[in-house]
Design a protein around this ligand. Structure first.
Ligand code: ADP
Ligand code: MG
Length: 266
């Protein structure tokens, strides 16, 4: 169980064919993620982290072209399946949390409606009362007080940190096997960031959910990741367990990253 591979990405190449030439945003990237593991993908801005996650989720649009030897997830090659099949996996078995809590929630709908949407889509067997109960349970799990009341509210009645908790609740609503979080706390201030990260770690470990955590911040990696992939200019320049990477970084880029940013407790 511990060692079962959930996601195996081999030879991922995502190129953007622009009028100025080909941008090799992701250039032959390979890594894998085990069940229940937190994989940290770290690299500076523009190194190809987000494009990597979009490629796995089939969210890359033209002029982007995705190629891979394979992207195996639970016995299926995501590189080869249709958009129709992917839409059954995306938001259910693989869910996502993105950086900006402002744009991820619709200001016009109540929290309840937005939470229920994903359940209606992916858990059609649930009735109205079961959905409501699940929403309350989820808000409770992410530490939102008075969930019964707060369900009726709109996103603008929530602080940034509370909105990100709601987004995490929505991402976990279907009990995904894999959660992809792309800079999930970058927009938040430091204390809130810390709370949200702790919460994410607790929830994924409790549910044996695998987490692919994308960040430019090595401090976040130190706090969260079991395994680390370091990206630079669209390539993987280093990978290993978090302790290997922190004890003995081998690539000059990783060493530079560590020098530029003191890591708490290291
Ligand atoms: P990161 O998430 O690590 O900051 P990204 O994955 O967003 O970086 O981007 C990697 C590279 O791909 C960047 O050079 C970026 O400019 C390029 N890129 C991303 N999207 C597009 C696009 N739609 N068209 C052209 N280039 C793109
Ligand atoms: Mg990004």
């Amino acid at each position: 169980m511990e060692d079962k591979v959930l996601l195996d990405v081999q030879g991922l190449k995502t190129y953007f064919h622009t009028f100025k030439g080909v941008v090799k945003a992701v250039d032959n990237v390979s890594f894998s993620l085990k069940e229940g593991e937190i994989l940290g993908i770290v690299g500076e801005s523009g190194s190809g982290k987000s494009v990597t996650s979009f490629s796995i989720l089939k969210l890359v649009e033209a002029p982007g072209v995705v190629n891979a030897d394979h992207i195996m997830f639970e016995g299926k090659d995501l590189a080869k399946i249709s958009e129709r099949d992917m839409s059954k996996i995306r938001g259910k078995d693989i869910s996502m949390v993105f950086q900006d809590p402002m744009t991820s929630l619709n200001p016009l709908y109540t929290i309840q409606r937005q939470m229920e949407e994903v359940l209606i889509l992916h858990e059609p067997q649930m009735n109205k009362a079961q959905r409501r109960a699940r929403c309350i349970e989820l808000l409770h799990a992410v530490g939102i007080p008075n969930p019964e009341e707060r369900l009726k509210e709109y996103p603008n009645q929530f602080s940034g940190g509370m909105r990100q908790r709601v987004i995490i609740a929505i991402a976990l609503a279907t009990n995904p096997k894999l959660l992809i979080a792309d800079e999930p706390t970058t927009a938040l201030d430091v204390t809130i960031q810390e709370q949200i990260l702790k919460l994410m770690k607790k929830l994924v470990k409790e549910h044996n959910t695998s987490l692919m955590l994308i960040t430019h911040d090595l401090g976040v990696i130190a706090e969260m990741a079991d395994y680390v992939v370091v990206m630079y200019a669209g390539r993987v320049v280093e990978k290993g367990t978090a302790s290997e990477i922190f004890k003995n970084p081998s690539h000059p880029y990783t060493i530079g990253l560590m020098r530029s940013k003191p890591v708490v407790g290291k």
